[in-house]
Design a protein. Structure first.
Length: 306
């Protein structure tokens, strides 16, 4: 539980809600219902085990904030509770309502236990990757996916890391439950395009295509877009991302809509794959862009819009 003041309002309430929902309890010493509600909220904070943070604000000591929130929601009485998420007040309730009603309110805004555990594992995996612990990151991502199969972000990161490590068969197993979502979730479509490129580079039967062969065909005909696309897929399978995008740009500069936008869609898939996870920032701030991703986005826009 946190006591909110003018000094910590930004850091504890606004910034804090960027990572964990914060329930702000606006109360006063003279308010009887406030004293009834307070212990109930404190017990629920323990029950929800970190899935939300309870913050308290004395309306008499910090009237600037309490009055502003009351006006925003059209409320004139206390206790008044406001839920903050992603730096914004999103919902609230008035009065010392029963615990079951508060749980119903919380469950609309607070991640479920499995979802919260998966999110924690996802964040731990990114920290492990930053430290160079790839195996640790894979274990955490695998646990996140098993805990919350609907967590598309964790599944994307898990499959991506498996492919980066050359564990293609394991990646395909992890991808199978969401293969039908490729038309709905663009990043899953991007993973599918990467796996297709790997299958092209390493066919189950017959001789594997080579960069030398594709380059020979291109040298003979600069507009042999099939050869250029083959070269891009081979580069993609080898994780030579910028080289692959350069080749796709060559196609786009000559024919923007070639083969039903295949070059553009593959280029966007690579951007999805190489983009690092976004860091959460305070409301009004813009997360920093990865310089390579930003540069190649600009190059795509320049070609497509020219």
């Amino acid at each position: 539980m946190i006591d909110i003041t003018l000094e910590n309002f930004q850091t504890e309430l606004i910034d804090g809600s960027m990572t964990t929902p914060v329930l702000l309890d606006i109360w006063a010493e003279w308010c009887g219902p406030c004293k009834q509600l307070g212990p109930v909220l404190e017990k629920l904070e323990v029950e929800y085990a970190g899935r939300f943070t309870l913050a308290k604000l004395d309306a008499d000591k910090v009237p600037q904030i309490s009055q502003q929130l009351s006006q925003m929601f059209g409320v004139r009485s206390i206790p008044f509770c406001v839920m903050f998420k992603d730096g914004q007040p999103v919902d609230g309730f008035v009065g010392a309502i029963p615990a079951d009603q508060i749980r119903t309110f919380l469950d609309k805004h607070v991640p479920g236990a499995d979802e919260a555990e998966a999110q924690e594992q996802e964040e731990s995996a990114q920290a492990a990757l930053a430290e160079g612990d790839t195996e640790g990151a894979l274990e955490k991502l695998q646990h996140a996916v098993a805990t919350d199969p609907a967590n598309d972000e964790a599944r994307f990161d898990y499959i991506k890391l498996l492919l980066q490590e050359g564990r293609v068969d394991d990646a395909k197993v992890a991808f199978a439950p969401v293969i039908a979502k490729t038309t709905l979730v663009r990043r899953f479509d991007s993973l599918q395009r990467w796996m297709d490129a790997i299958d092209f580079a390493m066919p189950a039967t017959g001789a594997a295509p080579t960069l030398a062969d594709a380059e020979s065909r291109i040298a003979a005909n600069k507009r042999d877009f099939d050869a250029r696309f083959d070269r891009a897929r081979l580069l993609m399978s080898g994780q030579r991302w910028t080289d692959a995008m350069d080749e796709l740009l060559d196609i786009l500069m000559r024919d923007k809509s070639w083969n039903e936008d295949l070059a553009r869609k593959t280029y966007i898939a690579i951007l999805d794959i190489i983009e690092p996870p976004k860091v959460k920032v305070a409301d009004g701030q813009i997360p920093p862009d990865d310089p390579t991703v930003a540069s190649y986005r600009r190059r795509l826009s320049s070609v497509v819009l020219s």
